[in-house]
Design a protein around this ligand. Sequence first.
Ligand code: TRP
Length: 468
Amino acid sequence: MAHCQEDGAPPRGAGPGRFGSALGFVMVAVGAAVGLGNVWKFPYLAGANGGAVFVLLYLVFLALVALPILVAEVAIGRRGRASPPHALARQAAEFGARSGFWRAAGVVGVVMSLVIMSFYSVIGGWTILFAAEAATGFAAFADAASALAHQQALEGDPSGMLALQLLFIIATVAIVAGGVRRGIERSMRVMAPLMAVLLVIVVVYALAAGAGGRALDWLFAADWTKLDGRVALAALGQAFFTLSVGIGGMMTYGAYLPERASPLRASVAVAGADTAVALLAGLAVFPIVFAHGLDPAAGPALIFITLPIAFHAMPAGAIIGGAFFLFLFLAALTSAVALYEPFVAWRIERGASRLRATLLAAGISWLLGLVTVASFSFARDVHPLGFLGGPFAAFTAFDLITLGVDKLVLPAGALLISWFAGRIIAAPALAAVFPGDPAPLVRLLRLALKTWVPLAIMVLLAAGLVLG
Ligand code: TRP
């Protein structure tokens, strides 16, 4: 970089934006948290990991590990009032830690957001296609064979996937380029209620017409003999992914938190809403899956191959399926916004205009998306780590990116965040960000960040490396 910022110096440029209210923050952060993770990943992970055991562990890890990280991330951003590289560097300098290291960690996080966006935007593009298929009443999904053929045709067409991905990226750019208040916060005030209505429509239908009782059993009646290390790891990784923590997205939104809002209460509201949506998504998907005799353990294809078969077969399937995929598109879109904003905020601080910064983020994530597109299509038989043998041999580039994010990047980022908020920022300085909250709760948060949170993460990291 030609002109490096001095440690602790205030960033140039327009400075960080600010949300209009605490509710605005909560809506936007819920938008970031609720996404493909809740509706696509959570049901298929629950399905593939035996249902209730996974679900209950996920809830425990969410409350005890991922939630403290979320509060810490928001608090670091709120105190630093800047993008992750600057918020971290500045506060590291303030407390005598190595600001060069922490700035670099922030930059890695910002770049990792674009790496996540590279595959997120490809799947996001698919949701546009599937929402459009509602117009035909999901005619391409008459039976399992044709549903599979539909998916193979999609994955075998790289230019089609790139075009859909580009559409998704353009929608994201349109929101982010509008700015913190007029783009991100204002659009969310429209999209959040719409998403709530769409989801309720699908859940009510699924419970009324589908096999609700079996779905409830599947999700909540645990058979603890199924508990093992892999299930626990999958549950912890998903808890981080679903709350969008570990790479500075929530830190960036925290920098925009209004002065008087409590990072603690706002984070609890975000985690509560995110959990509710994941469980509701389960209640939307599994009653339909069971009522139509489909396989709950179908894996990542559960949403894109299995579910449309049911939408084709059921009465009003075009409306219910259309509502479902429109919801999924909006959920993905509002998460994608949070994947660009850290990078954009960082570039603005370094003198770029918001539009240019947003277009740069879009260009980088689109180019990186070529890896995902290729690994679905013409490079589907390329296994970059094949030479290592063992569990890595069968992974495509897409598998490596998504698994690397879940098992390496997010846990490592979360570990750094717990370190920063638990040990680098002095206790009174951290407490000062929570003026209206009960002191014992803030002390408990600090204790969590110093003890069981990093411990649980280190176990996950180590086990993830061993188990592959
Ligand atoms: N939580 C999002 C989802 O469930 C995905 C996500 C992970 C994310 N990390 C993020 C979104 C960081 C924004 C920022 O789909």
